[in-house]
Design a protein around this ligand. Structure first.
Ligand SMILES: [Zn+2]
Ligand SMILES: [Zn+2]
Length: 864
């Protein structure tokens, strides 16, 4: 090898990556509103600013960055914005923990400020990680949902949907976390298994089994199946609720499972979703036994003031004392818990705000979007079809977008701000005009705030230039939404809903769904499993480009990826290999060669044919978001075709001093140029370092390679050539020869004439020639191999004599053995399979070895 003297031997990842990150300018990645080029607007996920840009984020952003860089190279006017979805419980809880307070200990505005400060610090930490990973973010399109510029749009979107009748206020059962003291949406309920007790007790003569005796005070009916003979004729009768003494009716409903317990169930407001269904179907009373803090209400007297757990124990004790508790059984059940704090949720009937879910509209819009991978659409479809309740958007918290509504104290009229006055906080600001209904001037501001998804579900509108009015955003719809499959039922669902409601259409042309990153043990990364890998850890050891290669190659887009250090090591090794190739090539280019010299020689033309095929493959893969396929094609080309095949065969010519050297230099220059461009989206630092050394320009300002080179003959002959050289190298190896040892006289007989410019001979250190036709081979028997396993047992003492007799046979008889040989004057039969003749070949009297590779025959003259 003759590596470049101007390039360091080792590729210093940290130095190179830092240097380019300091050289690149943010402005180069800005979306250009004046550009006439086709737009490519990415509805980037706004992460929650935890301060920790985790590896799952990193995978998601790798995909986005591959796309953004690729599309820029394809001439698109790309917008790769960065949002921050700030509001919500985790930050409130963090502030509460950090300062040892609860949200009610400080004024609302003070609490918000503490949350904002924490968030800004976290955003800065995450930005640092994102920059270190080399993402080509458009920082001029950064948005922060907690800041007035953004949340005034959230408020405007609320008002528009309210006026259109798509948002309403109602008392309705909702999922409620009594720890967080807020309503939550169905999408925020997790289900966890738990073992509980099923308690059988006597309910005024009917046996009832329940897991929630503490809800007895909230019992409003007992239900049985209409065809359950045990309860025939009981419909409409009334029963007295034990302990509490109020009357409830017996109702019939086909949804009751007669196999469960005694077949009679008590309906409480509310034990679960089915209770809500029955309550609605049968127009039952509402009895609220548990309040927002999970404390028993006056309805539950004498248990008022107890927690629901304490109440459960007290009621069971009292049932036992009264002799009505029959028995208890263990029961496995799945219980809904708060996504944030894991507290079992209660279903409480509350005055809340809701967004109407128009299932057909959402599905219609979702169908107009192209889903990658395609099967992810089914998740959206199933979730949408499963929606039974509208989306509860009010939260009883503080750090969130305020609901911009007042109520007139005198007449209760709802009063809305003018859109130009947004943003407002109705608990601080007051309406500018008196009540339009009664002229009153005393108002109560809504203290409920909006679900965080109300902020993030207008991201697509925001990035497409929405100004908060009812005018359609100028760039709507965006081209693509990249996101994880874990938030299809939330972020994707809500965004489609809101885009349809506010802009009348689907929010993006395409959605690209990425998988999750699992720990090395195959489990979801978690503190308790101690299997968390941070992007910083990977970058610190192997650099950003290695992490990015891991992201590209880890799995098919949409599949979960199990993290594996080996993949990162392999990525880093590939860069080392590439760097060595690049230094070798640069070393030869530096020695001088006409850059405009034509590519004339077979091996060089073959390289360009393979390069052209690689460009087509990588382009098709990038168009289909198959980053693993793109990376695989690049690696195979660089490692196998370029390094192992081409350079090994053609390098001899690089030391020559004629036009065949210029042809090789031209082919290599083109190859490195194209290869850098193919690598640019995936490993931007490495590609930049090489390309800059090669051309003095930035690869990130170049176009995607539009390289195609067709030469069928070069493809065929070159394939033959590299295959033959590889086979002869194996031959040398098998013979125990050094790879550079002289191989003598080699004749290659191929179906067509091949002009290899002497590459084969130089690569093998042989006097080699290509020829058409077939060799005039003369087969000679040069000896014999005995099969002792047959001869020994069959001939015993005669074995030695037999072998001597066989060796003495004339060669033609060895090929067609006689049935009998004479040993010591005695004729003995030749046992089957007792020997095989050793065959050698000669061409024109010279003894040769013969290799057959498909329709190519190679003869290798023995060395004299
Ligand atoms: Zn909670
Ligand atoms: Zn009024």
């Amino acid at each position: 090898m003759s590596p470049s003297h101007q390039l360091p031997k080792n590729y210093d990842i940290e130095e190179v990556e830092r240097r380019w990150q300091n050289t690149w300018r943010d402005e180069d990645n800005y979306f250009d509103p004046a550009s006439k080029n086709p737009r490519f607007i990415i509805d980037t996920p706004p992460p929650y600013p935890t301060g920790n840009f985790h590896i799952g984020n990193a995978l998601n952003w790798c995909y986005i960055d591959f796309l953004a860089r690729y599309k820029r190279m394809r001439g698109y006017n790309v917008m790769f914005p960065q949002g921050w979805d700030c509001h919500g419980l985790p930050t409130e809880v963090k502030v509460e923990e950090t300062f040892g307070i609860t949200k009610n200990d400080v004024p609302r505005e003070k609490f918000r400020e503490m949350c904002r400060d924490l968030t800004l610090g976290n955003i800065e930490k995450m930005r640092t990680t994102m920059r270190r990973l080399g993402f080509s973010t458009d920082w001029s399109h950064e948005y922060i949902t907690m800041l007035p510029d953004y949340y005034k749009k959230t408020q405007a979107s609320f008002l528009q949907m309210l006026k259109a009748g798509d948002i309403y206020q109602s008392e309705h059962p909702v999922n409620f976390c009594t720890r967080c003291e807020t309503a939550i949406a169905f999408a925020e309920v997790n289900y966890a298994p738990r073992t509980t007790k099923l308690n059988y007790f006597d309910f005024d003569g009917v046996e009832i089994a329940t897991t929630r005796p503490e809800l007895l005070a909230a019992c409003v009916a007992v239900a049985v199946h209409p065809e359950d003979d045990r309860y025939h004729g009981m419909k409409g009768k009334r029963l007295t609720v034990p302990i509490f003494g109020h009357d409830v009716p017996i109702i019939e409903d086909v949804a009751v499972d007669p196999e469960f317990g005694s077949g009679a169930v008590m309906i409480c407001t509310f034990g679960d979703k089915t209770d809500v269904y029955w309550w609605k179907q049968h127009g039952l009373d509402l009895r609220k036994a548990i309040d927002r803090q999970g404390i028993m209400t006056a309805t539950a007297a004498p248990y008022e003031g107890m927690t629901s757990e304490a109440c459960r124990e007290a009621i069971l004790t009292d049932m036992e004392k009264a002799g009505i508790l029959k028995r208890q059984e263990e029961l496995e059940q799945r219980v809904g818990t708060c996504w944030r704090c894991k507290t079992p949720i209660e279903i409480l009937s509350e005055r809340q705000w809701f967004v109407r879910v128009h299932q057909d509209d959402i599905l219609d819009a979702a169908r107009r979007i192209s889903w990658t991978p395609e099967h992810m659409f089914a998740r959206m479809e199933n979730w949408t079809n499963s929606m039974e309740w509208d989306w509860c958007i009010s939260r009883q918290r503080i750090f969130a977008t305020p609901i911009p509504v007042w109520f007139c104290t005198a007449c209760g009229e709802m009063v809305l701000p003018a859109e130009e006055d947004l943003p407002i906080d109705p608990t601080v600001d007051m309406p500018k005009n008196p009540c339009p209904k009664c002229g009153g001037s005393d108002f109560t501001g809504e203290t409920d705030v909006l679900d965080t998804w109300m902020d993030s579900s207008i991201s697509a509108l925001h990035v497409t230039g929405w100004d908060g009015t009812d005018a359609k955003p100028p760039y709507f719809p965006a081209q693509i939404r990249p996101q994880g499959h874990d938030i299809i039922r939330t972020w994707a669902f809500y965004t489609i809903l809101r885009a349809k409601a506010l802009a009348g259409g689907h929010p993006w042309d395409e959605i690209l769904v990425n998988g999750m990153v699992l720990g090395e043990d195959g489990f979801k990364m978690s503190k308790s499993r101690d299997n968390i890998i941070s992007p910083e850890e990977i970058v610190g050891q192997y650099g950003a480009d290695a992490l990015r290669q891991w992201g590209a190659g880890g799995a098919a887009t949409g599949s979960d990826i199990m993290f594996n250090w080996n993949d990162v090591v392999a990525a880093s090794r590939f860069q080392t290999k590439l760097w060595n190739i690049f230094r070798f090539v640069m070393g030869h280019l530096e020695k001088g060669a006409d850059p405009a010299a034509p590519v004339t020689e077979l091996t060089d033309r073959w390289l360009l044919v393979r390069l052209s095929e690689t460009v087509a493959e990588v382009t098709a893969a990038m168009e289909g978001y198959q980053f693993d396929r793109a990376l695989r094609a690049i690696r195979e080309f660089a490692w196998n075709t370029l390094a192992d095949d081409y350079i090994e065969v053609a390098k001899g010519r690089l030391y020559a001093d004629d036009s065949t050297r210029a042809s090789a230099c031209s082919a290599l220059r083109t190859t490195m140029d194209v290869l850098c461009r193919l690598l640019a989206p995936i490993i931007p630092h490495f590609a930049e370092e090489c390309y800059h050394n090669l051309t003095g320009r930035s690869v990130h300002k170049e176009a995607w390679p539009d390289f195609s080179y067709a030469d069928d003959e070069a493809r065929r002959h070159g394939d033959l050539l590299v295959k033959t050289v590889a086979e002869l190298r194996r031959y040398k190896h098998d013979k125990g020869m050094a790879l550079n040892a002289p191989l003598g006289h080699v004749m290659i007989y191929a179906p067509e004439p091949v002009d290899d410019a002497g590459d084969t001979g130089r690569a093998l250190n042989a006097d080699s020639r290509w020829s058409t036709g077939t060799p005039q081979l003369e087969e000679v028997v040069s000896g014999v191999d005995f099969n002792m396993a047959v001869i020994g047992p069959t001939l015993r003492k005669q074995a030695r004599g037999f072998m001597q007799a066989v060796e003495a046979l004339p060669p033609e008889l060895l090929k067609n053995p006689p049935a009998i040989v004479t040993v010591d004057g005695e004729e003995i039969p030749v046992p089957a399979d007792s020997f095989t003749p050793k065959v050698a070949y000669r061409v024109a009297g010279e003894e040769v070895d013969v290799l057959t590779l498909g329709d190519v025959v190679v003869t290798i003259g023995h060395q004299s």
